[in-house]
Design a protein around this ligand. Structure first.
Ligand SMILES: Cc1cc2nc3c(=O)[nH]c(=O)nc-3n(C[C@H](O)[C@H](O)[C@H](O)COP(=O)(O)OP(=O)(O)OC[C@H]3O[C@@H](n4cnc5c(N)ncnc54)[C@H](O)[C@@H]3O)c2cc1C
Length: 336
């Protein structure tokens, strides 16, 4: 049995920063994540993509942000159970919780913080026969390392920010030898400046833009060799390519967390915004996994939520102690 003050389910950016804020209050944390590495969406979906809205960092790669968070929390020696999904939560007679993973690892603490983000990652896949056969043989749903596409022909499908941003990135950085963007609609859902950039790149012949069209078939004996694309007006044509990257977003699925008697709304956990507590005293939900009026799924907002939640957790664990806010500049990180 692993015993700690706070069990954090989810080692994404929000779970990681919560370790820091808890550490300032001398509360020990143990993180559980179903993925084999910390970092959540930042590590799994877009490690090489720059983020522009982290205070104090005009631009930081998502993977670098996670590396920095790991350095920042190092003094607090959090424990990690990685590669194991938390599947069960039980309340004990001593007013603590036991969280059990899929492999049977048990963790006990008076406080549980759920920082499960999108829950179990599941990409939305296009309805193409034999699609699964070509996975990792030319078909990928997530761009983890753009270098994989160096000097390769790439067909990206999708009409949202992810599809637009990667089409621009692989073209402007001269990574892919050829970029084709296929989108079912005539207009895009992404940011207006990204849409304009793709149109500009298409007009100068740098991106092949195919709108009102869908990838209908994948061809190749051992690996992807070409795609069958159906255009609304012009009918079917074959496009030779090395990679097909459908970027249709992720299906949010709470997974086992959905069965823990927590109040759920719109596939997310309802919280009280005074301290991000859930309907079960002692369980908090922070980051992308929670919902409340005006919720924004941003890293910045998750950092704030984790900070307030640990203040409330401190009061639950130490009702007799008065907690006075101190600045790290005065005492240093470990001087509390
Ligand atoms: C392409 C893209 C670009 C983005 N750009 C920005 C941006 O520029 N700025 C910004 O602020 N935000 C951006 N975001 C959103 C940002 O990534 C999320 O807001 C952030 O990752 C939320 O952090 P989190 O820690 O709450 O959850 P996540 O990062 O989703 O991490 C949650 C973790 O919980 C784990 N988990 C879930 N259920 C369980 C379970 N039962 N047991 C164990 N582990 C579990 C998951 O495996 C995951 O590792 C972007 C997102 C995407 C997809």
């Amino acid at each position: 049995m692993i015993k700690t003050d706070i069990i954090i389910i989810g080692a994404g950016p929000v779970g990681l920063f919560t370790v820091f804020e808890a550490g300032l209050l001398k509360l020990k944390c143990h993180l559980i994540d179903s993925l084999p590495q910390p970092g959540g969406q930042c590590s799994e979906i877009y490690p090489k993509k720059p983020i522009y809205d982290i205070p104090g960092f005009p631009s930081v790669l998502a993977g670098e942000l996670i590396d920095n968070l790991m350095v920042q929390i190092e003094p607090f020696k959090a424990g990690f159970t990685l590669g194991e999904a938390a599947v069960k939560i039980d309340k004990t007679d001593e007013d603590t919780f036991i969280v059990t993973t899929v492999k049977g690892t048990k963790h006990e603490a008076p406080i549980v913080m759920i920082a499960g983000g999108l829950g179990v990652f599941e990409p939305r896949k296009p309805p193409i026969e034999n699609l699964e056969f070509y996975e990792d043989k030319g078909v990928e749903y997530i761009i983890k390392d753009p270098e994989m596409y160096r000097n390769k022909r790439c067909v990206i499908a999708g009409g949202g920010d992810s599809a637009l941003d990667w089409a621009i990135f692989l073209t402007e950085k001269n990574i892919a030898s050829e970029v084709t963007l296929v989108h079912r609609g005539a207009s895009f859902r992404g940011h207006l400046d990204s849409v304009q950039k793709v149109i500009d790149l298409s007009e100068t012949g740098k991106i092949n833009l195919v709108t009102e069209a869908e990838v209908k078939g994948i061809n190749g004996s051992d690996k992807l060799e070409s795609l069958t694309i159906k255009h609304k007006r012009d009918g079917e044509f074959t496009k030779e390519t090395d990679h097909f990257i459908p970027l249709f977003g992720l299906k949010p699925s709470l997974g086992p967390i959905g069965d823990w008697n927590l109040e759920i709304e719109k596939n997310a956990i309802k919280v009280d915004t005074t301290d991000y507590s859930t309907n079960i005293p002692g369980i908090y939900a922070i980051g992308d996994i929670n919902t409340y009026e005006n919720k924004l799924k941003l890293i910045l907002c998750g950092f704030h939520e984790g900070t307030l939640a640990v203040q409330s957790a401190f009061a639950r664990i130490h009702p007799e102690k008065k907690n006075v806010l101190k600045y790290t500049t005065v005492n240093g990180v470990t001087g509390f």
